[in-house]
Design a binder for this molecule. Sequence first.
Ligand code: HEC
Length: 176
Amino acid sequence: MPVRSLSILTGCALALSATAVLAQDFGTEEDQDYAAQLWQLMLDRDLAGDDAVQAFPYPGTDPHGMMLETFYTRATVDDHSGALVIKRNYGPQGVTVDQVIGDREQHLGAVTIMFRRGDGYAPETNDWFWAKYLPDGSLDEAPDGTPLAGRAKGCISCHSTADGGDLLFTTNADLN
Ligand code: HEC
């Protein structure tokens, strides 16, 4: 095949894949499956669910909860290991530390996580995979119904303003 028609074909393929990326860059089936694997491993390690390990909650603000717990660990998915940061978000407005400690289940609003997925997953945003779960492990959704899993734009646009260059607000530690 002449080189010129090859490059036309490649050009078409690129244009098609660019459209696909623009159409849905997070919340795809693959993102949802990946988020489900992460939730399962959090359950298996008691990082989520009824027997989840507890820390002392501290006051937070919007868009996360009014009381927060944050955990830093590592996890392995499909043979890749990376940093996993888990934030539990408690509410409602005005909730106290004692109320949260006394009844976590009643006050848990959401579990938001960042997992360093690696392998060139998202080079411009340090390879973080983002997800926001409801307390039962299902994915929360953006206002247009897109499941919040993957390279979630809303999460990234705010977290890009964190200092330290790694999209993390609570720490500038080197989490690989
Ligand atoms: C408007 C800004 C904003 C948006 C949008 C946002 N976050 Fe955050 N996020 C923060 C702030 C501020 C903190 C630090 C809170 C604290 O004091 O613990 C934080 C902390 C976190 C942490 C703990 C790691 C860290 O950065 O210190 C995780 C995990 C997290 N957010 C996940 C998410 C996910 C997932 C989404 C999207 C569904 C999201 N965030 C959307 C502002 C935001």
